[in-house]
Unconditional design. Structure first.
Length: 265
């Protein structure tokens, strides 16, 4: 299992390793950028909390390709390459949250969320009702060589929240309602606040269509959905690289993940 968590914010690490042991899988945590790590010594390498990839994406993807030459990497390097740049939403032929990909010609929305296509934890993300401010932030991202994503802020997120559906080896494990990250008084660290939720049939249908569009092996997948004002479920994000899996919220979730890993070894 690979990680980058100098401050020990990953409260799922020991939960994962304990579940693996119960399933008869010996595992340990390794830093992905540790030059002394012998990746070929492992039957598989599972990417987990490599949270610094955003500022080192090229290095991270080069590492992933090297590891995959030596052993099984989960999720695969091709998945990581595609998923770490949110322009994948443009290629996903399924309902997604409306997104404008430029600082020019912003739609006339009541409220905007502007973020870079390569980002995590709401880094360099703003929420504003000021169209000019939204355009300026998008322009700043472009000037720094990044692709901006401009989306409408959906009020329904406040009442219904984002629904995250968790799948291990393509089998549904559990779902949670996530606290909105951009609500007043909230920060990126608050994304782990959630409660178990039974997803609606239309949400499950959309999530499984998303999975069907990805041919590679997937140890884990987190599909984040919201509803548009007319009630239509849409994809806001597809997390296949280093998602928080909300394993402490569902008692069977750690075992579900461990069994999925066993199947893929």
């Amino acid at each position: 299992m690979t990680f980058d968590d100098k401050d020990d914010h990953d409260d799922e690490r020991e939960v994962v390793l304990a579940a693996w042991r119960e399933e008869g899988i010996d595992g340990r945590a390794e830093r992905w950028d540790d030059p002394a790590a012998d990746w070929a010594a492992y039957d598989a390498v599972v990417v987990r909390s490599a949270w610094d990839y955003v500022s080192r994406r090229d290095e991270f993807l080069a590492w992933a390709r090297r590891v995959e030459e030596r052993t099984k990497l989960l999720n695969p390097a091709s998945v990581l390459a595609d998923n770490t740049d949110k322009t994948y939403l443009r290629r996903l032929d399924l309902p997604v949250v409306p997104t404008h990909w430029s600082a020019e010609g912003l739609p006339d929305w009541q409220e905007y969320v502007v973020k870079p296509a390569i980002s995590a934890g709401a880094r360099d993300t703003i929420r504003t009702t000021d169209r000019a401010e939204a355009a300026a932030h998008a322009a700043w991202l472009e000037a720094s060589g990044r692709t901006p994503m401009v989306q409408p802020y959906l009020d329904m997120v406040e009442s219904e929240g984002e629904t995250s559906l968790l799948y291990f080896n393509r089998r549904f494990s559990h779902a949670v309602r996530r606290t909105p990250m951009l609500s007043p008084g909230k920060s990126g660290a608050d994304h782990v606040r959630a409660q178990l939720r039974t997803p609606d049939p239309d949400q499950v249908e959309l999530a499984e269509k998303v999975l069907a569009a990805i041919p590679q092996a997937l140890l884990y997948a987190r599909i984040d959905l919201v509803r548009l004002p007319d009630g239509t479920p849409v994809v806001i994000e597809l997390e296949l690289t280093e998602p928080y899996l909300f394993l402490r919220y569902e008692p069977q979730a750690p075992r579900n993940l461990a069994r999925a890993l066993r199947e893929l070894l």
